[in-house]
Write a protein that binds this ligand. Structure first.
Ligand SMILES: [Zn+2]
Length: 134
């Protein structure tokens, strides 16, 4: 199965800008949108506080998570995924990301510099995901 993420270029630019602003720490947040079959339509970003004590980790503030869910629901959408940056790493999930991932069929966007990695967590692992602007 191939997953695809439709990410408007304005949102991709906003992700890169958020990663740059948070550097050398990780930025993190949630992705609002809709899922149709294997396609994730990303329609809004919800930046969240990063509660992680270390700069190379992220932990989304639970209150921010709830606020994002409410905002998405008010727009008739849901939270379909999350994003964070790897300030000096690669745009792919780290071992720690695997340990922290829990929700199946959840989209993960990882920003490293100008690179944007896209993955879907499912069956205890990350699967590659094709990105396209729509
Ligand atoms: Zn990570």
């Amino acid at each position: 199965m191939t997953f695809r993420a439709e990410l408007p270029s304005a949102l991709a630019d906003a992700l890169r800008a958020a990663a740059g602003a948070a550097y050398p720490n990780e930025c993190c947040g949630l992705l609002e949108g809709m899922r149709t079959g294997n396609v994730f339509h990303v329609q809004a970003l919800h930046p969240a506080r990063n509660l992680a004590a270390r700069s190379d980790r992220f932990e989304i503030d639970a209150a921010d998570h709830i606020a994002a869910q409410k905002a998405a629901r008010a727009n008739g959408r849901t939270i379909i995924g999350c994003y964070h940056s790897h300030p000096d790493g690669a745009a792919r999930p780290s071992d720690t990301d695997g340990l922290g991932a829990a929700q199946d069929d959840f989209l993960w966007l990882i920003v490293a510099g100008q690179e944007l990695g896209c993955f879907v967590y499912r069956d205890s692992g990350f699967q590659g995901c094709v990105t396209g602007a729509d």
